[in-house]
Design a binder for this molecule. Structure first.
Ligand code: ZN
Ligand code: FE
Length: 257
């Protein structure tokens, strides 16, 4: 399974999963149809599935048009999003599995950004390979999603689930927010040398116009403040000794940043 990153709207990424042997593809969060259709045409591949993480328009905007072009495809999303996902056919719960080509994706229920958000985690097939995490707007490179429908407690729990996945996991998040996220991170975790180095790398990549997605989960664990709520530096930056409160205050500071 090859993952192809497509740019959409102003700062969204759409991910196309492609299996060249069967010449089939699946798409994660098609913000819009056109970049997906163009790539499918280039690959001469048939689209068999849409995997949505949540109902926001910049994640489902292309569903309808893709369904018209490929009437046989299946639309997957979380059960709590029933009624909010155009064309939804499969209603996924925590622990469910989805199949694409020879890979199996595990569904994790991660409320917080929205009350219904799910992510898809494809474990590595061989030990030497990476896992692939499609995390929508829950975990970002260097940050996390806003709490538009959920509570800090839910989000801590959800990010905790993602943090427990192996370090060698590609984090395919849905927006290019990394540089600004890390700029904020430096204001609360400025002595973290891994973070300093990452910021310099990301800044250089962005100045060359390069994408910073995917990142590795191991890097996120060392540098993303929204996965580091029990670190003493972050607790003192937020004047808090309780993980959910630390997280909530960090999220509040980022909202104002
Ligand atoms: Zn969203
Ligand atoms: Fe989004």
């Amino acid at each position: 399974m090859q993952v192809i990153r497509l740019e959409a709207l102003s700062d969204n990424y759409i991910f196309l999963l492609h299996d060249s042997q069967q010449n089939i593809a699946a798409v994660v969060d098609p913000a819009e149809a056109e970049p997906v259709l163009n790539k499918l045409k280039e690959l001469k591949a048939e689209l068999v599935a849409i995997f949505n993480t949540h109902h926001h328009q910049d994640h489902v905007g292309g569903n309808k048009q893709l369904m018209q072009q490929f009437p046989q495809l299946t639309v997957y999303a979380g059960v709590e999003d029933r009624g909010r996902i155009p064309g939804q056919q499969v209603f996924l719960q925590d622990g469910d599995r989805v199949h694409f080509a020879d890979r199996i994706g595990e569904v994790l229920f991660v409320p917080g950004h929205t009350r219904a958000h799910i992510v898809y985690y494809f474990p590595p097939v061989h030990n030497s390979e990476t896992g692939e995490l499609f995390c929508g707007d829950t975990l970002f490179a260097g940050g996390c999603g806003r709490l538009s429908e959920g509570t800090p407690e839910q989000m801590v729990n959800s990010l905790g689930k993602l943090r427990s996945l192996p370090d060698n996991t590609n984090v395919w998040c849905a927006h290019e927010y990394t540089q600004n996220n890390l700029k904020f991170a430096l204001t609360v975790d400025g002595n973290n040398t891994d973070l300093q180095n990452r910021y310099d790398q990301v800044k250089a990549s962005r100045s060359r116009g390069e994408a910073t997605v995917p990142s590795l989960l191991g890097v996120e664990k060392r540098t993303n403040p929204f996965l580091r709520w029990e670190q003493p530096t972050l607790q003192s930056a937020t004047n808090s000794h309780e993980p959910v409160q630390t997280f909530a205050r960090l999220r509040g500071m980022k909202d104002q940043f």
